[in-house]
Design a protein around this ligand. Structure first.
Ligand code: BTN
Length: 261
C-alpha cells in the first residue's frame, strides 16, 4: 500500500516527515538530522525497509516488506524539568502502540512487556528503541509488525513474533494506522512534563507480566522476583522474600510463558 506522508503531517502533531523506500536505520537517520540541526520537530522518518535496523542492546531488528519502521525526532527542551524523559517516552510509545492495536483485535490480549515491548496474543508485535543524541534531542524508534509476512523472517522470530495482519486476517493501510498511532502518542506525550504518572499508570494497566516470575539483568547482575507491575516512575516492580524492588533499567532475560497474555 502507498504511503501518504503529507497526510501524516497535516493530521497530527508532526512538524515534518520523510519517507524512504529503503534505509539503514530510521533511528540513525534521525540522529543524523539531530546533528545537522535546524530540523523541524517533531519530525518523522519512516522506511519501508531497513538494512541495519537495530533493537535494544545488541539486537538487530528485522524489517520485512509490510513492516512499520519509524523514528520520531523529538525536542527534549519541551520537558525541561523532567529528569530522565527517555524511558517515559519509550513507555509512551509502547502504550500508544498497544492502544492503537487493541481495538483492531478485540479477541486478543494486547499489552506491554516491560520495559517497552508490545505483545498481542502472547507474541511480540512491536518494539521500541529510544536514543538520546546530544542537544536534548530524543529519537523514539518504533518497529511494528503490521502487514509483513513472518514466513520471510529469520526462523528464530517466527515462533515469538506476530503481525497485525495475521491477527486480523486483513491488510492495514499504513497511513491510517500511523495517524491513529501518532495521535495517541501525542496525547500521552502531553502528560510527560507535568503528569508522567498518567503514562506509567496506563502502562501498569497494560502490563502483561504481572504475577509472573521474572529474571532481569540490571547493573551487571540478575535480579529475580514476581512482577508487581510498573511503578509510577516507570520502573519495574519485583517482589521477593526481602520485599519490593524497583528496577529502573534492565533487560528481562527470563520471561516465563505464564506472563504472556
Ligand atoms: C526492540 O524490540 O529491541 C526494539 C526494536 C526497535 C526497532 C525500530 S524499527 C525503527 C527504528 N529504527 C531502528 O533501527 N530501530 C527502531
Amino acid at each position: 500500500m502507498q504511503w501518504d506522508i503529507d497526510r501524516c503531517v497535516r493530521e497530527t502533531f508532526l512538524a515534518g516527515a520523510e519517507h524512504h523506500p529503503i534505509l539503514g536505520s530510521t533511528n540513525d537517520r534521525a540522529k543524523q538530522l539531530a546533528a545537522e540541526q535546524g530540523c523541524p520537530m517533531p519530525y518523522l522518518i519512516v522506511a519501508d525497509r531497513q538494512t541495519a535496523g537495530r533493537g535494544r542492546g545488541r539486537n538487530r531488528w528485522w524489517t520485512g516488506h509490510g513492516s512499520l519502521a519509524l523514528s520520531l525526532l523529538l525536542d527534549g527542551r519541551s520537558w525541561p524539568t523532567t529528569p530522565n524523559p527517555g524511558p517515559l517516552a519509550a513507555l509512551a510509545a509502547a502504550v500508544a502502540a498497544a492502544q492503537t492495536v487493541a481495538p483492531l483485535v478485540p479477541a486478543a490480549r494486547v499489552g506491554i512487556h516491560w520495559p517497552n515491548d508490545v505483545f498481542a496474543a502472547g507474541r511480540k508485535l512491536a518494539g521500541v528503541l529510544v536514543e538520546a543524541p546530544p542537544g536534548q534531542r530524543y529519537v523514539v524508534g518504533v518497529g511494528l509488525n503490521l502487514n509483513n509476512n513472518l514466513a520471510e523472517a529469520p526462523p528464530e522470530l517466527q515462533a515469538v513474533a506476530v503481525t497485525l495482519r495475521e491477527l486480523t486476517g486483513t491488510e492495514h493501510d499504513p497511513t491510517e494506522f500511523l495517524i491513529g498511532y501518532l495521535k495517541r502518542f501525542a496525547t500521552l506525550l502531553d502528560d510527560l512534563p507535568s503528569r508522567p504518572s498518567r503514562i506509567t499508570q496506563t502502562a501498569d494497566e497494560l502490563c502483561l507480566q504481572r504475577d509472573a516470575l521474572l529474571a532481569v539483568e540490571t547493573g551487571g547482575r540478575i535480579v529475580r522476583g514476581v512482577c508487581q507491575g510498573i511503578a509510577p516512575d516507570g520502573s519495574l516492580l519485583l517482589s521477593d522474600a526481602h520485599g519490593l524492588r524497583c528496577i529502573t533499567s534492565g533487560i528481562v532475560v527470563y520471561d516465563w510463558p505464564q506472563a504472556r497474555g
